[in-house]
Design a protein. Structure first.
Length: 230
């Protein structure tokens, strides 16, 4: 059996001008994950990541702590969905990000207000009733993510181990496909994924199987303050 560890990136910079950048906490999460993986899976045959900055930053900090010296191969199909497009199709006024944050801040809890709005925006995207509105429909997104996984399996060959640094969307889409979860429930996975959580897929000539989902025991107990979802 081969093993592919799908790793969600560390905490990004929500609410900042540039979201696609790890926070200081995100870098620390990535480092501690690398230490945990060093003892758990010391032999790594390959590493891959999306092309977004938070993916590469997570990979760099994690792999350095692990002791894996090779640079990860970048795969664009591991990138996250376009959340800007999803929000703007749901509420065109929110194309102005400053206006959006100003409006949502009036609720007194920006994070909660954004999450409630974004949940509704994603439900519209996944519903299948508005596919032509989006630059990338949900079926297209899910297809490219599963295609990325298939490509990694082919690159690896039999009985190899890989670390794959990506985002919650691709991990959710891959998990949904392997578990055969209906589209309407796919994002129930996404909302629970923690930053630097690990989802393990095993593969052989018989197929691919989801072995574990969203592991993050290395952040529990005395380190529970490191558990974040964005």
């Amino acid at each position: 059996m081969g093993a592919i560890y799908l790793i969600r990136h560390g905490q990004a910079s929500f609410g900042k001008t540039e979201y696609d950048e790890l926070s200081e906490l995100g870098v620390e999460q990535s480092r501690l994950l690398g230490e945990a993986l060093r003892s758990r899976s010391p032999q790594v045959d390959a590493a891959f990541c999306g092309t977004q900055r938070r993916h590469r930053q997570t990979a760099d900090a994690c792999l350095r702590a692990h002791g894996y010296s090779q640079a990860p191969e970048e795969i664009a199909d591991l990138n996250e969905y376009n959340h800007d497009d999803i929000v703007e199709r749901y509420e065109p006024r929110y194309a102005d990000r400053q206006a959006m944050f100003a409006e949502l801040s009036k609720t007194g809890n920006l994070r909660r207000a954004f999450q409630e709005m974004f949940t509704q925006a994603v439900a519209r995207w996944v519903s299948g009733q508005h596919d032509s509105d989006y630059r990338e429909s949900w079926p297209s997104f899910r297809g490219r993510c599963t295609q990325a996984l298939d490509g990694i399996v082919q690159r690896l060959g039999s009985s190899k181990t890989a670390l794959v640094f990506t985002s919650g969307g691709p991990i959710s889409a891959i998990s949904q496909t392997l578990l055969r979860i209906p589209d309407a429930y796919a994002f129930q996975i996404n909302w629970t994924l923690v930053n630097c959580g690990v989802t393990k897929v095993i593969y052989s000539e018989r197929g691919k199987y989801l072995l574990t989902l969203n592991e993050h025991a290395y952040f529990e107990g005395e380190r529970r303050e490191l558990i974040t979802y964005r």
